[in-house]
Design a protein around this ligand. Structure first.
Ligand code: HEM
Length: 447
């Protein structure tokens, strides 16, 4: 066994700016240059970068109990989400996952389809006007707004939409602060009264207050339609669970954060990729015409929209919203023959493994057909947009149903393109986002 490849500290420091601004691309290059298991940095400032499906499967599945989420990434997130499912490492994780899982069952998620139908008309109206007047639309913002409304309705129902708006603003402020802190770890600690820290503290206080208000009002008057908050509150009553307001708050904020920007980011990149590969537009419209004619999608149609599904899978491959996963080892471990010490930081990058040439043919190319059942090769842990193992994303079906439905509605009516000369740069924030938004031209399209 060859010794582990190392990327020494001085080389990391030489790339500091790129690491801060372009971490996923940097990791991809490191993988290609140094191999599939690489030790980055040294001593206290070291991390093991794993870029092979076997190594990833080991950490996420086979020996997952040896890996915690006690990492900078999750510790920062925990300041906002507390111990919600995504950041919870305690023994309560499994109980809470079981409690939430039924709300993500297929029959429950199918309710998203009519919901999307209800909230999409204003987007169609705005895009129609933009097509008529030739004005550009910021697709990044449009997708974010749609995803927010959907997750809000799923979590809270229709009743509290004005509070949901305040909640959104507080979460966005806190997430901006989190990105700043991860990018600039030498920033004064949160306890210092800098403008940014004070803004963040106010936002976190708002989050607590709004959540508590929402919980109290949901308890006082049962909702008119099923929503996740009501399910949680009912479950804690029925089962007499030791599930306080703080835990309800943590789960709700977690789902709110994990469930909107991720889907919005993937949809945004789908539009971008289609604009770069416009030959897919007629084929997608043909599929929509065959499956739906001119009626809105229903549950039965969902499986038939195969090319739309493949296009979205390919967007998730090239621009995985959750571009980095991190873990910390508990005990010493062996991964692909290499020793990983106890208490070591381990990094996995969906962005890098999704572009690894040993597992993907022509990895930089947009080729949705690679996900067609007849060509699909087993890709265990080489395709991990939703993670894997026991901590697999609870919302992955939610995301797929939401994305296919939104795309079917909009692709039936519109074709988007980039204005001439536009340049699009990837900004790796909490998810991958186009820097400065994604401004696109809209054209009417006919089925
Ligand atoms: C395209 C959209 C999405 C992507 C790419 C995505 C990605 C991921 C990934 C990679 C993980 C695993 C993190 C890790 O192992 O460290 C995860 C976990 C999670 N996701 Fe998603 N997600 C998406 C949509 C959603 C939605 C719609 C929801 C909820 C409404 C959601 C809720 C969660 C939760 C609660 C977890 C933690 C699960 C656990 O540890 O038990 N996600 N997601």
């Amino acid at each position: 066994m060859a010794p582990i490849q190392k990327l020494p500290m001085r080389e990391l420091l030489a790339h500091l700016r790129r690491i801060q601004q372009q971490m996923p691309m940097f990791l991809h290059e490191v993988g290609q240059k140094y191999g599939d298991v690489v030790l980055l940095g040294q001593g206290k400032f070291s991390a093991y970068f794993l870029n092979h499906p076997e190594a990833i499967a080991h950490v996420l599945q086979e020996n997952y109990q040896n890996y915690t989420k006690n990492t900078i990434q999750y510790n920062q997130l925990r300041k906002i989400t507390g111990y919600g499912l995504l950041t919870n490492d305690r023994e309560t994780w499994q109980r809470n996952r079981r409690l939430l899982q039924p709300s993500f069952g297929r029959s429950k998620l199918m309710a998203l389809i009519p919901l999307i139908q209800e909230i999409i008309p204003p987007v169609i109206q705005r895009w129609s006007q933009a097509a008529d007047s030739g004005t550009l639309v910021n697709v990044d913002q449009e997708m974010m707004e749609l995803a927010l409304q959907i997750v809000n309705r799923f979590l809270f129902g229709v009743e509290i939409q004005s509070e949901a708006r305040q909640l959104t603003n507080a979460v966005i402020t806190a997430l901006d602060h989190l990105v700043e802190r991860v990018r600039h770890p030498w920033m004064p600690p949160d306890s210092f009264p800098t403008a940014s820290n004070l803004r963040n503290r106010r936002a976190l206080r708002m989050l607590d207050e709004i959540c508590l208000r929402i919980i109290r009002s949901a308890e006082a008057s049962p909702p008119s339609e099923e929503n996740l908050l009501a399910v949680l509150l009912q479950a804690r009553q029925d089962a007499g669970l030791n599930f306080g307001d703080v835990q309800v708050r943590d789960e709700v904020i977690t789902l709110f954060i994990a469930g909107h920007e991720t889907v919005a980011s993937a949809l945004t990149w789908t539009w971008y990729l289609l604009s770069q590969n416009p030959q897919y537009y007629p084929r997608l419209r043909e599929e929509i015409k065959t499956v739906l004619a001119d009626r809105p999608p229903t549950e039965a149609d969902y499986e038939q929209l195969t090319l739309i599904g493949q296009v979205f899978d390919e967007a998730l491959r090239l621009y995985p919203p959750a571009w980095m996963l991190s873990r910390r080892s508990i005990a010493e471990d062996k991964i692909m023959g290499h020793t990983i010490p106890a208490n070591a930081l381990v990094i996995i990058s969906p962005y890098a493994i999704h572009r690894h040439p040993a597992f993907w043919q022509d990895p930089e190319a947009f080729y949705p057909e690679r996900f067609a059942p007849q060509t699909e090769k087993p890709r265990r842990f080489a395709y991990i947009p939703f993670g894997g193992g026991p901590r697999l994303c609870i919302g992955f079906q939610f995301a797929l149903i939401e994305a296919r439905t939104i795309l079917a509605h909009l692709l039936a009516r519109f074709q988007l393109s980039l204005p001439p000369g536009a340049e699009v740069h990837v900004d790796p924030l909490v998810t991958l986002r186009p820097r400065g938004g994604l401004w696109m031209q809209v054209k009417h399209a006919q089925l």
